[in-house]
Design a protein around this ligand. Structure first.
Ligand code: EPZ
Length: 419
């Protein structure tokens, strides 16, 4: 049984290294499937979600290796458009490979993503986008079978700015001769990074970072050799900012584009934390005195849903009553109920979480419900008076590289125990 043992109350001081973004790496890996070549994703975090996505490339006939420079993928020998269900069901992002498979093979058989603690993971926006491109999609309870022999370039309007559906629509259009326009796209920084990477691979994508992306299709017959550094992980950055808010102290980290974490910075400043950004470094200073907040999580550039659970832990220490809403995953409040179960005054009222904070909180012995709820538990435990035990470390490690080592270097009393 794996667990973290955390003795709370230690302030955090020093510099931390933010890893390249998990949620940038997963679409990048998926997109390499459409090309024949080798791709180095520099410093890609060696975390299970990234490894699973690379294993899908391998399962299709490609190969991968983690070197001291990062994740090296080779896709010359990809010869299948039907990845194994056993591998795909381990990561919901496996569905992101559909578009790239259609660009390469004009066919695909992709397992449906499983559900999880943050809600069911429908794919209707993906299917609707593919239908608009003329792709036949036949869904049964486990798979979607795609036939893109009649696929043609043109207009695609996403029903919702879904990150994954945007990835799939873009990847399907890159290898589609003619001009395609995708409207109501997700504008998340990870989509921007994907488009920049695809242009590095020879794609012709414009409107990057906007909700209207234009793609001029290209022939995918060139052999490529590409090196790309994925953007920094804005959710990991936010997690460390929130941890420092709770413990008090002063940390700093290099960060490539502060605009990508503006909403989290504004939120924590409103709660009483000081930040400063200069020479590509963000400085965060907290006295550990926090004011309650009202926050709505929504699509970029709004406050990100993936920091909603971590923010709830900050609110558990804030003076006053905080109100949080999540417009992306409307019932992503399992963690709020967990907080309440172990003594925090936290409840879900309709579509909002209401958390009445307290300067002093007791430690907890809990299991991570999902990746970001697990991060929320770690943040909570860092501020609690005493020793907390957090189980489900493997769930947390899916999305955070060397979390306990990074926190220990900052002065946290956190140990990984395998019993
Ligand atoms: C990506 O998931 C991220 N995952 C998620 O991060 C993140 O929470 C989410 O975007 C929102 O920002 C990766 O990038 C690997 P969506 P994705 O499609 O693409 C609904 C983490 O912790 N929807 O933008 O699956 C959906 O139910 C993970 O790192 C449909 O209804 O998210 C949700 O309510 C968790 N039909 C909303 O849209 C669809 O076809 C946003 O989903 C697709 C989505």
């Amino acid at each position: 049984m794996e667990k973290y043992l955390i003795i709370g109350g230690k302030k955090l001081f020093g510099e931390v290294k933010i890893s390249p973004a998990k949620n940038a790496c997963l679409p990048l890996i998926a997109s390499t499937i459409m090309f024949s070549g080798e791709f180095l994703l520099q410093n890609a975090p060696k975390i299970s979600d990234v490894i699973i996505m690379a294993k899908i490339v391998e399962n299709l006939g490609g190969s991968f290796i983690f070197t001291d420079k990062g994740l090296l993928l080779k896709t010359f020998n990809i010869n299948s458009y039907s990845p194994s269900k056993e591998i795909c069901c381990k990561a919901r992002a496996s569905f992101f490979i559909a578009g790239a498979l259609l660009s390469r093979f004009k066919r695909a058989i992709v397992p449906l993503p499983g559900g999880c603690n943050i809600g069911i993971r429908p794919v209707d926006v993906h299917i609707d986008a593919f239908n608009q491109l003329g792709v036949d999609c036949i869904m049964d309870k486990d798979y979607v079978k795609f036939d893109a022999n009649k696929m043609k370039s043109g207009m695609v309007s996403l029903k919702y700015p879904s990150v994954g559906a945007t990835v799939n629509a873009i990847c399907a259009c890159v290898g589609l001769m003619g001009e395609s326009l995708i409207s109501n796209c997700a504008k998340e920084p990870e989509i921007v990074d994907l488009c920049n990477f695809l242009n590095l691979c020879g794609a012709k994508i414009s409107g990057i970072g906007t909700s209207l992306i234009k793609i001029e299709g290209i022939a995918l017959n060139k052999s490529l050799k590409i090196v790309h550094r994925p953007i920094d992980d804005r959710i990991e950055a936010g997690t460390f900012i929130f941890a420092t808010a709770v413990t008090g102290g002063e940390i700093a980290f290099k960060y490539d584009n502060v605009c990508n974490i503006c909403s989290a910075i504004k939120t924590i400043e409103k709660m009483g934390v000081q930040t400063r950004y200069e020479k590509n470094t963000l400085y965060v200073k907290s006295k550990g005195e926090l004011d309650a907040t009202q926050q709505v999580a929504d699509v970029f550039p709004a406050f990100p849903t993936d920091l909603q659970s971590p923010l709830c832990s900050v609110c558990a220490y804030a003076n006053g009553e905080s109100v949080i809403e999540d417009r992306v995953f409307k019932d992503r409040f399992a963690f709020v109920k967990q907080l309440n179960d172990f003594g925090v005054n936290a409840r879900v009222l309709g579509s909002q979480a209401v958390i009445k904070g307290s300067k002093i909180n007791n430690p907890c012995t809990e299991k991570a419900l999902d990746l970001r709820a697990g991060a929320g538990l770690v943040i909570y435990a860092l501020g609690a008076q005493g020793e907390s035990q957090i189980f489900g470390v493997d769930i947390i490690r899916r999305g955070y590289e060397n979390l306990e080592q990074k926190l220990r270097l900052l002065g946290a009393d956190i140990q990984y125990i395998l019993s």
